[in-house]
Design a protein around this ligand. Structure first.
Ligand code: FES
Length: 115
């Protein structure tokens, strides 16, 4: 089961830098390119830098600490095919940007026990 979280308006997002949001304690980096928005895990798998503080190019973000890059669409790093960050679904409706995030197992279990 997935949940939807509002990031804000498409207009409010910067194209030159990432935006960090937190969902269930999990940091997510959001990047806008034109009329598209991408969301990936915000924690660099190398040493934990926030990718939302990274340098943004046409289709990837470069980690601000040691320069690994990650594709917005796939979460993959061109340096090593085994290194990647999670990718999250983004929905834009009525000018608002939403993340579709899987509900944590513990909460899904609580919800199902209530019905
Ligand atoms: S922490 Fe990201 S490349 Fe080192």
């Amino acid at each position: 089961m997935s949940e939807r979280f509002c990031v804000g308006s498409l207009e409010s997002l910067s194209e030159s830098e990432g935006t960090q949001v937190e969902v269930h304690g999990c940091p997510i980096a959001v990047f806008k390119k034109g009329q598209e928005v991408f969301a990936i895990g915000d924690t660099c798998p190398h040493m934990g830098a926030p990718l939302s503080d990274g340098f943004v190019d046409e289709q990837s973000v470069v980690c601000p600490w040691h320069g690994w890059s990650f594709d917005f669409k796939t979460g993959e790093s061109p340096f090593d095919e085994d290194v990647r960050v999670p990718v999250y679904q983004v929905v834009i409706e009525g000018g608002q940007v939403y993340l579709e995030v899987e509900q944590p197992a513990t909460e899904a279990k609580l919800d199902s026990s209530e019905s």
